[in-house]
Design a protein around this ligand. Structure first.
Ligand SMILES: *[C@@H]1O[C@H](CO)[C@@H](O)[C@H](O)[C@H]1NC(C)=O
Ligand SMILES: *[C@@H]1O[C@H](CO)[C@@H](O)[C@H](O)[C@H]1NC(C)=O
Ligand SMILES: *[C@@H]1O[C@H](CO)[C@@H](O)[C@H](O)[C@H]1NC(C)=O
Ligand SMILES: *[C@@H]1O[C@H](CO)[C@@H](O)[C@H](O)[C@H]1NC(C)=O
Length: 956
């Protein structure tokens, strides 16, 4: 070989090596940037070891390049920095169930050309989904559900030709569903996609005719709970692979397309709660249909369709308010799997015949408010049959038992004890089915289209339990046992089931264990195939029981990138390389520092020397003492509108006429300048329609004052007590509850940092001129900014009667403490009683008086008489149910504010009010499916490099 060729070879080698080494280096720099951007990273990230060889928990590398980042449910807090775009070899990114992850999803995500799985379930990301996501051409699995994403669905998602799973549900997406037009792409191009899960958003406009075509291979179409209008496109009938169709709770109108019954593989179909017209659709031939809900539409009067006698796979037939007329065929009731028939509020007439051999699974037949005049009772049935408000109930006789509303039995199920005696476990430990006390990993399954409607059937849950347990075993995850409990149908008609996973061998999981368990569920690695549950979504609660001794392999102090390079080559080339690498590293370091600064806007603010400087406030104005003195007429008595331990509140008006409320700290109760500033900075970042806005402050002449907008109608307490003269009827109270809930949800979920109010009560909820509720008074509020995201240990403060007993006992403050107080406020809203009145506690009073079998739960006596006549209190029972969940003794059992907002919205919708367009972000979702031909038939679909877990997630 000539010397010249030799030189060239060396040069090529040199270039190759320097390129790979600088890429490795950029991965390292980007990892450092993640570490700086986030609080709560695993301890193994801090001990100076090499992320790849030393084993940073959650990071997997191949050839020294980062190929997976899986940090589900590890309590991360912070934004996702743009540096994520540096991981150009990344295949899997899962940051699910970190409710502290906020901010927008960076455009840089589009650089991850090798990415196959992008999973950000149940975080608090917001802002638009970047259109660069369309660059990820290898993407198979995209799950952005249960965040706060806004804006429209990027059309570029249509470019993801390998996409198998698309889940954007439970966000705040608006706009129309994009379809291609020859220039811009659209979802119609996703012919390999099996799952379109877009439910629980605010999508609007018509479902485009062009969205569906015969080349599609969709299994699940979930568009429920949006604002879609127009007709169901007839092209839907072309997608013959469909198994689940949920279009319910939209504003769809017109006739159901006549080819709908071409969808012969469909097993669950929900078209309920729309404005559909025309005759009831002809579903003849949909012989696999298990679950059908057509309720609440505007169909014209139709005779009982012939398919009532032929769709033998039905478990559930729901068609209330569908204008059905005629006599029911007895064959319907003998379908072998039939469980639940709800045909109430129709014009069904003639004679009822439940057949001599009704389905053995039949639980409930609800025919209330029809025109049935005769009942052929062939024998004693054990089913719940409701004939209330039919002519037959006007006569006395054998049917009496069916002429009053039956007792509702609530479904209680939880995984049974495994032949042992449950121990009593200390404070927050929970007994596992194997009777060990431990800290379980907890979350909720939501099944969006199970094939069944009964929630009481233990066999079904037992089999799910066994499947899941053997899955964890096979995956060698450190799971001792698990428990399923509290099955219920939520207001969106999803089957919700609580899961607790218990660690094996020790009372808590370490991060590796949690990541393994959480990823199995966020990535749908666990497939409940061949069960009636079909697919699911899962959302986990924060797990904050990691022991401080984080596991991890022993760290050696070897292996810096430089040394690896050094051993590969020698001589002067090394010197050159080191210089180059050094220059590169410097540049990257600069970038990392910039990234850090960017992510922590206050990083430069020195808290020790800052006392005298002006805090950084968004929009809040600094007033001088003189100014405020003038605006309040020298703090005159007549301008004083309130007083408390901290000082007085004054009313004033600005030169521009705006009314203000000034909270002036009493001399002696002022806080340190630094604390005051911290509080100010916190308050100035809070902007929401349902939260009282801060206008400014005064930090002058030894005074500390906060200046708020003045809210004209005063406190909710004043209105409930009649002092304000404003009459609050049930509708107004509902709106106020929803407004306050949204304000509080904002503080918990969207404020940055999140804020626990700590003193929610009717005195701290104000009403403006249009009776819009505004949450006020953050005197006791706590931002959750420390790494320990799930609770803050503090001195107990709050107001008796509203205070969370769990917080009182443990001094651990969580968002659920506010939820408790809010539950008390809800009870106060309907009773107008003080939480503690004449020694009686409202929560106990309501529970004692309540009888779920009676009208209005038998609460007439305790209801505030000015709330309205009892026949105008639609939805009150749901409201009471919700409030009692809020005041559950265990914080973990209480719903989050997001869920509360959703439930209140759905109560509003239920009573016929428009809940308004205020977005909500929260938990709750689900999958869908059926027995045969399961969507996950190809097991390799979600697999990652041959196994289901990246290697470093297997417990060592
Ligand atoms: C379906 O795919 C075929 C082949 O790729 C193509 O020629 C045809 O136009 C497609 N049909 C529709 C409706 O998109
Ligand atoms: C319907 O389901 C059957 C099996 O369950 C399957 O073989 C068939 O391909 C499906 N039809 C379509 C159009 O996907
Ligand atoms: C229904 O499907 C069949 C094929 O299974 C097809 O030939 C027919 O045209 C379809 N009908 C409609 C109305 O789409
Ligand atoms: C319903 O559809 C089936 C099959 O497409 C057809 O045979 C039947 O005549 C239709 N029934 C009515 C009432 O249109």
């Amino acid at each position: 070989m000539s010397a010249r060729v030799g030189h060239i070879l060396v040069l090529i080698m040199f270039i190759q090596i320097s390129i790979t080494s600088s890429q490795k280096n950029s991965d390292l720099v980007a990892l450092q940037a993640l570490k700086h951007a986030w609080q709560g990273t695993p301890l193994s990230w801090n001990d100076g070891s090499d992320p790849c060889t030393g084993g940073w928990v959650g990071i997997t590398c191949t050839n020294s390049r980062v190929t997976s980042i899986i940090l589900s449910s590890t309590g991360l807090i912070g934004p996702l920095p743009g540096d994520i775009g540096e991981f150009t070899e990344l295949v899997v990114l899962d940051l699910s169930y970190n409710t502290g992850l906020t901010g927008s999803l960076t455009e840089a995500i589009g650089n991850l050309a090798k990415l196959t799985n992008l999973i950000l379930v149940g975080c608090k990301f917001n802002g638009p989904i970047p259109s660069s996501i369309g660059n990820l051409e290898r993407l198979r699995y995209l799950s952005l559900n249960s965040n706060g994403f806004t804006g429209s669905i990027p059309a570029s998602i249509g470019m993801l030709k390998n996409l198998y799973w698309l889940d954007l549900s439970d966000n705040q997406l608006t706009g129309t569903i994009p379809v291609s037009d020859g220039i811009t792409p659209g979802l119609d191009m996703l012919t390999r996609t099996k799952h379109f899960h877009l439910g629980d958003n605010q999508l609007s406009g018509e479902i485009p005719l062009g969205l569906f075509n015969s080349n599609m291979t969709l299994f699940h179409l979930l568009f429920d709970h949006n604002r879609l209008t127009g007709e169901i496109p007839s092209t839907l009938g072309l997608v013959q692979s469909l198994e689940v169709v949920r279009l319910d709770s939209n504003s769809l109108s017109g006739d159901v397309p006549s080819n709908i019954n071409n969808l012969t593989n469909v097993t669950e179909m929900y078209l309920s709660n729309n404005l559909l017209t025309g005759l009831i659709p002809n579903l003849t031939g949909m012989n696999r249909l298990n679950y059908l809900d057509l309720s609440n539409n505007s169909f014209s009067e139709s005779d009982i369709p012939s398919w009532f006698s032929t769709l033998e796979a039905l478990t559930t037939l729901k068609m209330h308010y569908t204008n059905l007329a005629g006599e029911l065929p007895a064959t319907l009731f003998s379908f072998p799997q039939l469980q639940n028939v709800d045909l109430s509020n129709n014009r069904i007439n003639g004679s009822l015949d439940i057949s001599p051999n009704p389905s053995r699974q039949l639980e409930l037949v609800d025919l209330r408010t029809n025109r049935i005049s005769d009942f052929r009772q062939r024998r004693q049935y054990t089913i719940g049959l409701i004939l209330v408000d039919n002519p037959i109930c006007m006569e006395s006789g054998v049917t009496n038992a069916f002429c009053s509303l039956p007792t509702k039995t609530s479904a209680a199920y939880s995984t049974p004890w495994n032949n042992c005696t449950p121990p009593s476990c200390g404070s927050d430990l929970v007994a596992s089915p194997n009777c060990q006390c431990a800290h379980p990993f907890v979350g909720l399954f939501s099944f969006k289209a199970p094939s069944f409607s009964t929630v009481t059937n233990a066999t079904i849950y037992d089999s799910l339990h066994n499947l899941l347990m053997s899955f964890f075993k096979n995956a060698s995850l450190p799971v001792d046992s698990l428990s399923l409990s509290n099955p219920s149908r939520n207001l969106e008609d999803y089957l919700v089931l609580r899961l607790q996973v218990f660690p094996s061998g020790q009372p808590n999981f370490n991060r590796t264990g949690i990541i393994g368990v959480a990823f199995a569920l966020s990535n749908q690695s666990f497939k409940p195939a061949k069960t009636d549950f079909n697919t699911y979504t899962f959302n986990a609660e924060n797990y904050n029981f990691f022991s401080d001794l984080e596991t991890g392999v022993a760290k050696s102090n070897t292996s810096s990138t430089g040394i690896i390079i050094g051993s590969a080559i020698g001589g002067c080339v090394l010197v050159v390389l080191l210089v180059l690498a050094g220059m590169y590293a410097l540049r990257q370091k600069g970038r990392a520092e910039k990234a850090v600064q960017h992510n922590q806007p206050f990083a430069q603010w020195d808290s020790t020397s800052a006392s005298g400087s002006v805090p950084q406030l968004k929009g809040a104005k600094s007033f001088t003492f003189e100014e405020l003195r003038k605006y309040t007429n020298n703090f005159s008595e007549s301008s004083q509108i309130g007083a408390g331990g901290y000082g007085n509140v004054y009313k004033g008006s600005l030169p521009n006429g705006q009314l203000i409320a000034i909270k002036r700290a009493r001399q002696g109760s002022t806080q340190g300048g630094l604390e005051f500033k911290t509080e100010l900075e916190l308050l100035s970042r809070v902007h929401h329609k349902n939260v009282v806005g801060l206008i400014g402050f005064c930090f002058d002449q030894g005074e500390q004052m906060l200046v708020y907008e003045f809210i004209v109608n005063g406190t909710l307490k004043d209105s409930l007590s009649g002092r304000s003269g404003i009459r609050l009827d049930w509708m107004r109270r509902l709106k106020i509850a929803l407004g306050a809930a949204r304000g509080l949800q904002y503080l918990h979920d969207l404020a940055d940092p999140p804020i626990i109010h700590r003193d929610i009560k009717t005195n701290n909820i104000l009403l403006d001129q249009r009776l819009v509720a505004k949450v006020a008074d953050f005197g006791l509020s706590k931002p959750i900014s420390d790494a320990n995201r799930t609770h803050v240990t503090t001195q107990v403060k709050g107001t008796m009667g509203y205070m969370d007993p769990e917080y009182y006992m443990t001094q651990q403050l969580t968002e659920k403490s506010d939820v408790y107080s809010f539950g008390v406020v809800m009870l106060e809203l309907i009773t107008a009683r003080n939480p503690i009145e004449k020694g009686r506690y409202i929560v106990r009073e309501v529970k004692q008086m309540m009888d779920k079998n009676k009208e209005l739960y038998n609460l007439h006596e305790i209801l505030d008489p000015t709330i309205g006549l009892s026949n105008q209190l639609k939805g009150l029972e749901k409201f009471v149910d919700l409030s009692l969940r809020c005041v559950d003794e265990k914080g973990t059992q209480r719903p989050g504010m997001g869920e509360i907002v959703k439930e209140l919205e759905s109560i509003m919708t239920f009573v016929g009010l428009n809940p308004g367009s205020e977005p909500s972000s929260s938990a709750g979702y689900e999958g869908a499916g059926q027995d045969f031909s399961h969507p996950y038939s190809n097991d390799s679909l979600f697999a990652y490099s041959g196994g289901f877990l990246p290697p470093n997630l297997h417990p060592k």
